[in-house]
Design a protein around this ligand. Structure first.
Ligand code: ATP
Ligand code: MG
Length: 239
């Protein structure tokens, strides 16, 4: 664990829960219901990886794989300003890729290694969300096994990139509080989404009052379990 580096989330509480921030060489998953802030966190980390180390960054660039069409450059701009960074420069340091289906999503990750070798300043890979395209492409119980197999390959590839190139990988997964609304797909249920099991850090995000959110650490091997409150503001993630 010697060389693990950390990226700040812009919330001291959330950083504390993570043992200092989002780790390189690791895959970190944020899961929770719609609107809990998973995408906002992904935007924030894509900005923050660009900060100098003394401010909680890695002087690095981000690859942002958007599978749901919810990435917004305006949010990057606002969060960059919130950090006192030049928005234009920050936007230039985010490689944005829209994945249109699960095969495309996998192909993007297949080609990432080449891109990382070309540009070693890439220190973050975001996949927001990791499951949406797989859920859309493999519907019905009879296709669960096939989907799981593809997804496991995808996740292991991401983990390998994280470990080989000292990169932080952040993925999101939407889960439902009421899984009965989703017919026959156990991976949509809180707790049931662990059908895939890959090493890494998993946090559940929950709604609280107003713009407040709760993050809960789920069975991290080297971090204590616990809950913290953070906020989503116009400038981004805050305490
Ligand atoms: P889903 O599972 O549907 O993708 P999510 O967990 O990714 O949901 P986000 O899109 O990250 O959810 O969060 C949306 C919430 O973030 C909004 O409901 C709002 O509370 C907050 N938010 C988004 N933009 C702003 C902003 N400009 N200023 C303040 N809060 C904002
Ligand atoms: Mg989202």
């Amino acid at each position: 664990r010697l060389t693990v580096k950390k990226i700040t989330t812009s919330s001291q509480a959330l950083d504390g829960l993570l043992g200092g921030g989002i780790e390189t060489r690791t895959m970190t998953e944020f899961f929770g219901e719609y609107g809990t802030g998973k995408t906002q966190i992904c935007h924030q980390i894509s900005v923050n990886v660009q900060l100098p180390p003394e401010k909680g960054g890695l002087n690095g660039k981000a690859v942002y794989i958007d599978t749901e069409g919810t990435f917004r450059w305006e949010r990057i701009e606002a969060m960059a300003k919130g950090q006192g960074l030049d928005p234009e420069q920050v936007m230039n340091n985010i490689y944005f890729i829209r994945a249109v289906n699960s095969d495309h999503q996998m192909a993007i990750v297949d080609e990432l290694q080449e891109k990382i070798v070309e540009d070693p300043s890439i220190k973050l890979i975001v996949v927001d969300s990791v499951m949406a395209q797989f859920r859309a492409d493999y519907t019905g119980r009879e296709n669960l096994a096939a989907r799981q197999q593809k997804l496991n390959k995808h996740l292991h590839q991401l983990t390998k990139l994280a470990e080989m190139y000292d990169i932080a990988v952040v993925i999101t997964n939407q889960v439902m509080a009421r899984p009965d609304m989703f017919y026959g797909d156990p991976t949509t249920a809180v707790g049931g989404h662990t059908l895939y099991h890959v090493p890494g850090i998993r946090l559940q995000v929950k709604r609280s009052r107003g713009n407040k959110r709760i993050a809960r650490m789920i069975d991290a091997p080297h971090l204590p379990e616990g809950e913290v409150v953070f906020e989503i503001t116009e400038e981004g993630v805050r305490d």
